[in-house]
Design a protein around this ligand. Structure first.
Ligand SMILES: [Zn+2]
Length: 324
């Protein structure tokens, strides 16, 4: 399904739909299992990195298989959207629409304002003929995500959102209010340090900007990218088992919970799943150096991701029970 109905209900209900990236079978199994067990609608995201790693055709059929798998798990009416994450050209978005994706993102945020509108409008006009929904982006997020790299962030300007949404015709809008891509969301100099634990304490999100945007576009679906919280227990397991991730830091979950209750109705989480996977794999391999069967470490990694996704759905996004 596309995102239209999902978002309308989420905005009304004061919760957010999880948007989880997937690149391999274990990740997809974990997402579907967590959503089936909690009856949460879900957006499966395919990034350009995922397309390069796993092949777009394979991922598309995996998503189709995921719907059948969800039903097998006893989820009678699964609500699953297949979404292109960070499409950067009209041609790419068109190819995903033609290929059966139910939603696409066109990220023209690095372009000048008028060019972003024109590109988004072109994608919207094509996608809507096939009832495919379109996410656009206004404002720039910092950080690194696959091929998306930006040195500096620029908050979305609330005074532009009405004009942008109206003229582009987009169905949802990704905004920049201080989240960022990757596992190092804030530089140490942007943070304070907890004197007891020595951990970085990140700066708060710009909720004033979000409130301004909500006031301009009441009820319009808003999207947050780069919203992993970088659980420190995973970072600790990684570092204790041969890893080296000093000062990895994310967006605190209480801030995301607060955002989910507002017009924010899609929250993108990718890095946290990578951390859960890596922590579990490192732990198994450190404890059992003779292990060479990938199922013996990918299996525990999958279990850990199920736990993580369920936690996000129930404790952070509030989307559990919304797709009975
Ligand atoms: Zn993103």
């Amino acid at each position: 399904m596309n995102t239209r109905e999902m978002f309308a209900k989420a905005v009304d209900g004061g919760y957010a739909i999880p948007a989880f990236n997937f690149n391999n079978m274990e990740q997809l199994q974990a997402i579907i299992k967590a959503c089936a067990e909690t009856k949460s609608p879900v957006i499966l995201q395919v990034s350009s990195g995922a397309r390069k790693y796993a092949n777009q055709t394979l991922l598309r059929y995996m998503a189709e298989g995921a719907v059948a798998y969800a039903k097998e798990l006893g989820w009678e009416h699964p609500q699953i959207c297949l979404h292109l994450d960070h499409g950067d050209t009209f041609e790419l978005c068109k190819s995903c629409v033609d290929f059966g994706f139910s939603s696409v993102m066109i990220d023209g945020s690095s372009l000048p304002y008028e060019e972003n509108i024109a590109l988004t409008k072109k994608v919207v006009e094509y996608a809507h003929q096939f009832d495919v929904t379109v996410e656009a982006e206004l404002g720039v997020l910092a950080g690194v995500e696959d091929d998306v790299v930006a040195e500096e962030s620029h908050y979305t300007k609330p005074e532009e959102v009405i004009d942008f949404a109206t003229r582009s015709g987009c169905d949802s809008l990704a905004i920049s209010i201080g989240t960022s891509h990757g596992a190092y969301k804030f530089k140490p100099e942007q943070c304070t340090r907890d004197p007891q634990t020595g951990r970085l304490v990140p700066p708060p999100l710009a909720f004033d900007v979000l409130a301004e945007i909500e006031k301009k576009l009441p009820g319009f679906p808003i999207v947050l990218h780069g919203s992993s919280s970088v659980p420190q227990e995973y970072v600790d397991i990684i570092n204790a088992n041969g890893g080296n991730m000093p000062d990895a830091v994310g967006v605190p979950e209480d801030q995301l919970r607060k955002a989910a209750k507002s017009a924010v109705c899609k929250i993108n989480i990718d890095s946290d799943s990578r951390l859960a996977f890596t922590a579990a794999v490192r732990k198994v391999l450190a404890e059992k150096p003779g292990e060479f069967d990938p199922r013996k470490y990918c299996g525990p990694a999958r279990d850990e991701m199920v736990k993580l996704y369920k936690h996000k759905i129930i404790e952070v996004l509030g989307s559990d029970g919304k797709a009975e």
